[in-house]
Design a protein around this ligand. Structure first.
Ligand code: ADP
Length: 233
């Protein structure tokens, strides 16, 4: 197995002076290609902060991050943007869809950013939607969808660039249990059938248990087990 991402003693604080809060207080981990990893902990423990740093959406105040062996600090802004756009896909609880744009336009946004021509964007966007059985909704406004449908569109958007890693932050947080399980099934099939590495942030212990490996976070540090992490099902 090869390591796709590794973090060494990373730290992140928010605020300054007496208002300073250490959201991440020295965490190390390695993500292997093809695995599914759950980052588990209760609300406010630092999970999303860790995921944002791993996904190069933010920079750590201390420690080092390596992407396929390269120190992220040594990458140019352009290289980071490209990596994020081409190698990573994102699935967030809040969907982050443009409500008045069509489903297809939402899905092809990463391709537009990457400068892919309109015709190819459409073909790839439709293929991603078809994979999630949402092709018939391509022309719908994103706002006119159910929660489960919205999350499928988000997954199609995450997939459209053929990413190596999908980062999912509470991907089922806004869905009812049955719909949430379907969305989970889709994510895990991408992992097992297409070898896409999954990094899932969750406080849902059932979802975490479906992953190959769990990392528990408490108060910005790694905790040894679920009990010491304080997370609950
Ligand atoms: P989790 O994902 O486990 O709920 P987060 O990583 O979102 O935790 O947050 C960890 C801590 O950092 C929380 O106490 C949160 O309030 C704080 N925090 C997160 N983002 C910011 C921010 N942008 N500014 C200030 N505090 C933040």
């Amino acid at each position: 197995m090869s390591t796709v991402l590794s973090a060494r003693d990373i730290r992140k604080s928010y605020g300054k002076g007496t208002a300073r809060f250490d959201a991440l207080d020295g965490v190390s981990l390695e993500v292997q290609a093809g695995e599914s990893l759950a980052i588990v902990g209760k609300s406010g423990s630092g999970k999303s902060t860790l995921m944002h740093l791993l996904a190069l959406l933010d920079t750590p105040d201390g420690g080092a991050l390596f992407v396929k062996g390269t120190d992220a600090d040594k990458l140019s802004v352009k290289q980071v943007t490209r990596l994020r756009n081409e190698d990573f896909g994102f699935v967030f609880q809040q969907f982050f869809l443009t409500p008045n744009a069509s489903v297809l336009d939402n899905v092809v946004l990463p391709l537009k950013i990457a400068g892919v021509a309109a015709r190819e964007r459409k073909a790839r966007g439709m293929a991603a939607l078809a994979q999630l059985e949402m092709a018939d909704k391509a022309k719908n406004k994103a706002s006119n969808l159910s929660g489960g449908q919205k999350q499928r569109v988000v997954i199609a958007r995450a997939l459209v660039n053929n990413p190596k890693v999908i980062f999912a932050d509470e991907p089922t947080g806004n869905l009812d249990t049955a719909t949430g399980r379907l969305v989970e099934d889709i994510l895990f099939s991408l992992n097992t059938e297409h070898g896409i590495t999954l990094v899932i942030v969750t406080h849902d212990t059932e979802l975490a248990a479906r992953c190959d490996r769990q990392m528990f976070i408490r108060d910005g540090r790694e905790a040894r087990s679920l009990e010491t992490s304080g997370a609950s099902a």
